[in-house]
Design a protein around this ligand. Structure first.
Ligand code: ADP
Ligand code: MG
Length: 376
């Protein structure tokens, strides 16, 4: 996918919509999770990186408390600060304006939004919008102020949009670094940049957006969280990632499988970080594939489209592949040698067509910088 959005176009979009120049522009990226899924709410480890694809928000303050939002491809939204918050009618403005509520903004504003992060593809278009809006509204300059934006975006998603997000997406969007993955330890509430040098080694991360979202996703997400809580209770730990894979065998059936996923996934992130710090990303393949198997068989959040993407990529020579994100649709990723790209993308296209699936969207994920202010 080529970049279709930039600061200049959002500036003109703002000028067309509001007949003046914006006061500020911020951009914030979507993210892909390299490894560590369903670990965030279990106090475990995750390893996302920021995408080049990002949301741009151009913002202009108003003298009253009105709020006007324009986002290309969405119905314009207009209201006042009083209309924004928990209980507001469901719309995309819950994400874009919810951040203003969570930040306690008291002055009205006009905003224009352009984003090239694929929607609902497990690449966090919602955090991109939330963080770009949070950046434009709060203009964070310190690490602490960036944390405030992360927390505001999470509150907006949880309390205004009603989406039970765990904070990985917003943390990646606000704190990632180009050429690096971001190790997030949800148990210790800490993070660290880990080098992810792919292109100099002839490697790439291919994203395969299946373009499907299976309806069962929401209820299943809540069920997994409840199962993990019950497993943690039975094992006497406050968060399931504190248990070990051996502990899993003390539990019955489903709870054993869920625990096995969470504990082995956390170990896989540790292994991956070791490989990346040693400068050997080409060795990540088996770890990625083991993660997919664990998510498919133990956590049971994959789906035929994701399995097909992973199997076709592996058969065509990928070093490793896995579903990424919450599951039941969205995207898979594959670690490939750049030279094998044509064969691998073709194999995936053919496999999807053979199953009668919608053609997937495929592009290279380039580990990119976090949210930033754009000079006007
Ligand atoms: P994901 O974050 O994985 O892409 P979500 O369901 O969490 O999927 O968020 C998607 C929602 O975020 C969209 O339905 C919309 O409400 C909001 N959103 C994302 N991108 C935009 C955009 N460019 N303009 C307006 N709203 C957006
Ligand atoms: Mg989201």
């Amino acid at each position: 996918m080529t970049k279709s959005t930039d600061a200049q176009s959002v500036k003109s979009y703002f000028a067309r919509a509001y007949g003046r120049s914006p006061d500020r522009i911020w951009a914030a990226p979507g993210r892909v999770n390299l490894l560590g899924d369903h670990t965030d709410y279990n106090g475990g480890l995750a390893l996302p990186f920021a995408l080049a694809q990002r949301a741009y928000v151009a913002l202009g303050w108003r003298e009253d408390t009105a709020v006007h939002l324009n986002s290309a491809g969405f119905e314009p939204w207009a209201g006042t600060l009083d209309h924004i918050g928990p209980g507001m009618p469901a719309s995309w403005a819950q994400y874009a304006a919810g951040t203003a509520w969570a930040l306690g903004i008291t002055r009205g504003f006009d905003a224009a939004i352009l984003s090239d992060v694929p929607l609902s593809a497990g690449l966090s278009s919602s955090a991109a919008i939330g963080c770009a809006m949070g950046g434009a509204l709060a203009n964070p300059e310190t690490v602490g102020e960036r944390h405030n934006v992360v927390n505001a975006c999470v509150r907006a998603e949880n309390q205004v949009a009603g989406a039970p997000t765990g904070g990985m997406d917003q943390t990646a969007s606000m704190f990632a670094a180009a050429g690096h993955a971001l190790l997030i330890d949800f148990g210790r509430d800490s993070m660290m940049h880990v080098p992810l040098d792919l292109s100099p080694r002839g490697l790439a991360i291919l994203i395969i957006n299946t373009r499907v979202t299976h309806a069962l996703a929401d209820g299943q997400y809540g069920r997994r969280r409840a199962e993990c809580q019950e497993a943690a209770r039975q094992l006497g730990v406050t968060a399931l990632a504190q248990a070990t894979p051996e502990d899993a065998e003390r539990l019955d059936g489903i709870l054993a499988r869920r625990t096995r996923h969470v504990t082995t996934e956390t170990e896989r992130v540790r292994t991956a970080v070791g490989l990346l710090n040693a400068g050997t990303p080409e060795k990540l393949g088996p770890v990625l594939l083991a993660s997919h198997t664990s998510l498919r068989d133990d956590y049971e959040v994959s789906c035929p489209e994701l399995d097909t993407a992973v199997e076709a990529a592996m058969e065509a020579g990928a070093l490793g592949a896995r579903m990424t994100g919450g599951g039941f649709g969205g995207s898979a990723l594959a670690l490939i040698r750049e030279a094998d790209r044509p064969a691998i993308t073709e194999a995936i296209r053919i496999a999807f067509a053979r199953h009668g699936f919608t053609a997937p969207e495929m592009f290279t994920a380039v580990p990119s910088q976090s949210a930033e202010r754009i000079s006007l």
